[in-house]
Ligand binder design. Structure first.
Ligand code: BV8
Length: 226
């Protein structure tokens, strides 16, 4: 059975209206990531961070999957179960809403909240507030269930195992500027996988890939899937 591991980044959701991070008007040009995407920033000003993610949660709720998300869901449905694994750096739920089921959110999810005290997780309310108490332990230590810079991404052992078993590794809509995701192409190539980059333009790590296809995801991903 052919095993395909697909890494996605903000670029796959750009045409759904969700901002990317490092493009011209990207999120990191309007916010300092140290203020809103680090544990230190959250400790310094939790209200600012809660509002940052509440705004992104509102945007994600108004967005819809685009042809790129839908094509990946068709690919998964067309192949034997277990053939396709999506590892997304994105915290939106557009892959799931497009119909993909084998999705791992290595940087967490806007739709989840977590307790910094007891570690419990639960579906996030539309608007999270700093004083919200944890439904499990009652401590007011809730935080977005997002992996910030300096924190361990989720499912790393499972991801590395999937990369070692991959026949094909495809990276879609990511700049290749954040680790450990930016090294996945090398992990897959070392294990013998063919590697393909689908991106608006060659990323910072384009030379690590066997092949590249460049253009808007909503155009090139359906072409690649068909
Ligand atoms: C960790 C969640 C240890 C929150 C995010 C020095 C060297 C190497 C590493 C480091 C270093 N210093 C620090 C580090 C580690 C650090 C890191 O990599 N820093 C970078 C800045 C150098 N990484 C970490 O801290 C990670 N943790 O390392 O822990 C560890 C490691 C391994 C094992 C155990 C422990 C945690 C990183 C996670 C941080 N959280 N986000 C949130 O979403 O708000 S990262 C953030 O950037 C996003 O989540 C996103 O996932 C990520 C990458 O961004 P992209 O998705 O690529 O988006 P970007 O805007 O950059 O690019 C968009 C791309 O799309 C572009 O290429 C563009 O051309 C393309 N595009 C645009 N439009 C379209 C398109 N493509 C197609 N169609 C279009 N229409």
């Amino acid at each position: 059975m052919t095993k395909i591991v697909i890494l996605t980044g903000a670029g796959i959701s750009a045409e759904s209206g969700l901002g990317t991070f490092r493009d011209v008007d990207g999120l990191w040009t309007r916010y300092d990531l140290n203020d809103v995407a680090t544990p230190e920033g959250f400790a310094r000003d939790p209200g600012l961070v809660m509002e940052f993610y509440n705004a992104r949660r509102r945007n994600a709720a108004e967005a819809a999957p685009n042809p790129a998300h839908l094509a990946l869901a068709r690919l998964e449905a067309a192949l034997p179960p277990g053939s396709v694994r999506i590892v997304t750096q994105n915290v939106d739920d557009l892959h799931e809403r497009a119909g993909s089921r084998a999705v791992w959110h290595m940087h967490g999810e806007l739709a989840r909240a977590r307790c910094a005290s007891c570690g419990a997780g639960w579906p996030a309310p539309a608007e999270m507030r700093v004083a919200d108490a944890c439904p499990s332990c009652g401590v007011a230590a809730t935080r977005p269930d997002i992996v910030w810079f300096g924190e361990m991404p989720y499912r790393m052992e499972e991801i590395w195992e999937a990369l070692r078993a991959a026949d094909l590794f495809v990276s879609i809509g990511t700049s290749g500027s954040v680790y450990p995701a930016a090294a996945f192409v090398q992990d897959a190539a070392r294990a013998g996988a063919e590697t393909l980059e689908l991106n608006l333009e060659p990323s910072e790590i384009a030379r690590d890939f066997d092949r590249g296809l460049h253009g808007p995801a909503s155009e090139i991903v359906p072409v690649w899937v068909e």
